[in-house]
Design a protein around this ligand. Structure first.
Ligand code: CU
Length: 147
């Protein structure tokens, strides 16, 4: 009887440890290079734009662009966050969302077609598995107006 309780207790601890350890496994653990900047090249906060317009993504020279799934050191791919808060830096950037656009091919620009009105935009670099680096490489959040 005692043995059965012991086995049950061990199984409980094993299951519990899965819940405790799992978030650590998925935490962003790809290091970024100190001083790296990500930025909008051709638009800035307060711009009034006519659609369609091209947004260009900039990355300072400390890091490079690699497609998603390519795990090279000091690289990542761009993500454009539209009208949404900064993503959780410890989790993969949402992929089934119109407001989180992944440039998994390593693209550095994108044609924007947003409805008229104000919109917020932010860039964030993600690693090969779409998780932000540690510490995360983020642009400022800019607000633009589409005419
Ligand atoms: Cu991604």
């Amino acid at each position: 009887m005692n043995k059965l309780i012991k086995v049950a207790k061990n199984k409980f601890l094993l299951i519990l440890s899965c819940f405790v350890v799992a978030p650590l496994i998925f935490a962003g653990d790809t290091p970024s290079v100190q001083g790296t900047k990500i930025y909008f090249v051709n638009i800035q906060d307060g711009d009034v734009l006519k659609i369609p317009f091209i947004v260009q993504f900039g990355l300072s020279s400390q890091m490079g662009i690699a497609p998603a799934l390519v795990d090279w050191p000091d690289t990542g791919h761009h993500h454009l966050i539209i009208n949404s808060p900064t993503p959780n830096p410890n989790k993969a950037i949402p992929s089934k969302s119109e407001n989180h656009i992944h440039f998994s091919g390593g693209q550095t620009e994108w044609e924007v077609n947003l409805p008229s009105g104000q919109h917020t935009l932010q860039l964030i670099l993600g690693d090969y598995s779409h998780i932000p680096h540690d510490p995360p490489i983020l642009s400022e959040i800019i607000t633009i107006t589409v005419e």
